[in-house]
Design a protein around this ligand. Structure first.
Ligand code: DC
Length: 261
């Protein structure tokens, strides 16, 4: 006859085994889900292109910049100094974020418009430079990797978050073309903007995002470079779809060759 303590121990032990098996199989399942990682500077059109690609392929979509914008907004609202990386990371772990179609909610409030402003972008860029904040958002971003696939955009999608992505793209455009697009977007929203000011803001953000010590924005050696200065979003989507088909074909070919060998 075993004592109750032994039963409790066995129960806890079996639960632990079941949980870890589940975690391992979840992780393995995620690893098999294809990812298209699109990185690039502010206003390079990566958000539009990534969302259209996700639509065309029936994949999930992650706008990782929105997570940093939400983090900046939450820090501001809680009156936390944006230079206090540790404190911001502490609230980042617990952020109540919900993506629903085009809408983004923070603690149940629709903040979709608020996080799209230029101030929110600058705040996001500042909080994103803290290693502790990036660490706090790492697992949350990887959870978006779900079947049948994921298209994500940001600054470190291919380098840090999904280094095993099936396809990595670095989308860029001249600062003038980016500023023109951003000014047009702002005007469409009824926000007045002067192109020279927008160019200056983009340069500040580029400088901070490209030169921070952790996960700086850089075109990786294994990424396809796509300059959209002279091409439309539709043409960029077509180009990336072509690269993706080739990448998947080559991957399948390599795995068949391995099986045959
Ligand atoms: O893509 P975006 O403009 O919404 O991003 C806002 C800021 O967030 C950007 O200036 C830098 C930061 N960011 C980042 O550091 N890493 C990401 N993967 C995405 C955004």
């Amino acid at each position: 006859m075993q004592s109750p303590a032994v039963h409790i121990f066995l129960y806890l032990f079996m639960t632990l085994i079941a949980l870890s098996t589940d975690m391992v199989s979840n992780t393995t399942n995620r690893i098999n889900v294809p990812v298209i990682a699109i990185d690039g500077p502010t206003a390079s059109g990566k958000g539009t292109v990534a969302a259209r690609l996700a639509d065309a392929l029936g994949f999930h979509y992650l706008d990782s910049g929105a997570l940093y914008r939400l983090t900046g907004l939450a820090a501001r609202r809680q009156a936390i100094d944006l230079s206090a990386g540790r404190e911001i990371a502490d609230i980042t772990w617990r952020l109540d974020i919900r993506f629903q179609g085009d809408k983004i909610f923070l603690a149940g409030e629709d903040v979709s418009d608020e996080i799209r402003g230029e101030a929110a972008g600058q705040n996001a860029s500042v909080v994103a430079a803290h290693p502790a904040v990036r660490e706090a958002l790492l697992a949350r971003q990887r959870q978006f990797r779900e079947a049948p696939g994921l298209v994500c955009d940001g600054r470190d999608m291919g380098s840090v978050i999904f280094p095993d992505a099936a396809l990595k793209v670095f989308l860029t455009a001249s600062v003038e073309a980016r500023a023109e697009r951003r000014t047009k977007q702002l005007k469409q929203k009824g926000i007045s903007a002067i192109i020279d000011d927008v160019v200056a803001e983009l340069r500040i953000r580029d400088e901070r995002d490209c030169n921070r010590p952790v996960a700086p924005l850089q075109c990786q050696a294994d990424a396809q470079l796509l300059d959209t200065t002279e091409i439309s979003a539709g043409m960029a989507v077509e180009k990336i779809l072509g690269w993706y088909k080739t990448a998947i074909y080559n991957r399948d070919l390599a795995s068949n060759t391995r099986v045959d060998a």
